[in-house]
Design a protein around this ligand. Structure first.
Ligand code: AP5
Length: 208
């Protein structure tokens, strides 16, 4: 199954992808996670994109496309994948069409107030990327990762100004992909407002 998860920041794409990858036995490929891993390891790519991610702007298409092209050539992606956060522009979608066919594009639908609530309450473990929410998915011990015991942090781009910018960038550059994929007959809309388990159930039903 070759899937794209589309939707605004904070809609829950990463949370549902972490569950859906087990259901479908395919890798979860998140461009945001790949960039953050490079930033953590201070690679050349990481140093180049660090300030872009912190502001909520998009990394240039050619950089992102090259990274995804390389990742999709790895063995585990041959049987399928969940692409989370890619494509985000029409140019990226055109490039993806040259790299691989797709079975479905899942559009996670969530209103703006819920998006802001989810993003402002999100906390992550820096070394593993595991994601929590202070109200909806709290860790067992306040502020501490359940498995590694490390302190949880707030992503730089989950601060108010960056959230506003990310929502603007989403509307301008990524939302047009909804029509792009609907015209191709690939789009499935999923209501992202219920609990993660309910969203997963709806997704599995929709994908058959
Ligand atoms: P990326 O990491 O992809 O950020 P995003 O798209 O903004 O997505 P998020 O990770 O913020 O949200 P999500 O939908 O995965 O929500 P989550 O599951 O965490 O990208 C970061 C940056 O990298 C970009 O801004 C850009 O700079 C760069 N980048 C990445 N891809 C790029 C590309 N293709 N081109 C150019 N640049 C690119 O959930 C959010 C919170 O809500 C969590 O706290 C979670 O616990 C909670 N939650 C989730 N689901 C539910 C639920 N059902 N009920 C209650 N709470 C929930």
């Amino acid at each position: 199954m070759r899937l794209v998860f589309l939707g605004p920041p904070g809609a829950g794409k990463g949370t549902i992808a972490a569950k859906a990858k087990e259901v479908f036995s395919i890798p979860h490929i998140s461009t945001g996670d790949l960039f953050r891993e490079n930033i953590r390891k201070e690679t050349e790519l990481g140093l180049r994109v660090k300030s872009i991610l912190a502001s909520g702007d998009l990394v240039p298409d050619e950089v992102t496309i090259a990274m995804v092209d390389q990742r999709l050539r790895e063995d585990d992606a041959i049987k399928g994948f969940i692409l989370d956060g890619f494509p985000r522009t029409i140019a990226q979608a055109d490039a993806l069409a040259d790299m691989s066919g797709l079975d479905r594009v899942v559009n996670f639908v969530l209103d703006k107030e819920a998006i802001v609530r989810r993003l402002s309450g999100r906390r992550v473990c820096k070394s593993t990327g595991r994601t929590y929410h202070i109200l909806y998915n709290p860790p067992k011990v306040d502020g501490i990762d359940d498995e590694t015991g490390e302190p949880l942090i707030q992503r730089d781009d989950d601060k108010e100004e960056a959230i506003r910018n990310r929502l603007d960038v989403y509307e301008a550059s990524t939302a047009p992909l909804i029509a792009y994929y609907r015209e191709k007959g690939l789009l499935v809309d999923i209501d992202a407002s219920p609990s993660p388990d309910e969203v997963l159930k709806a997704l599995v039903e929709a994908l058959g």
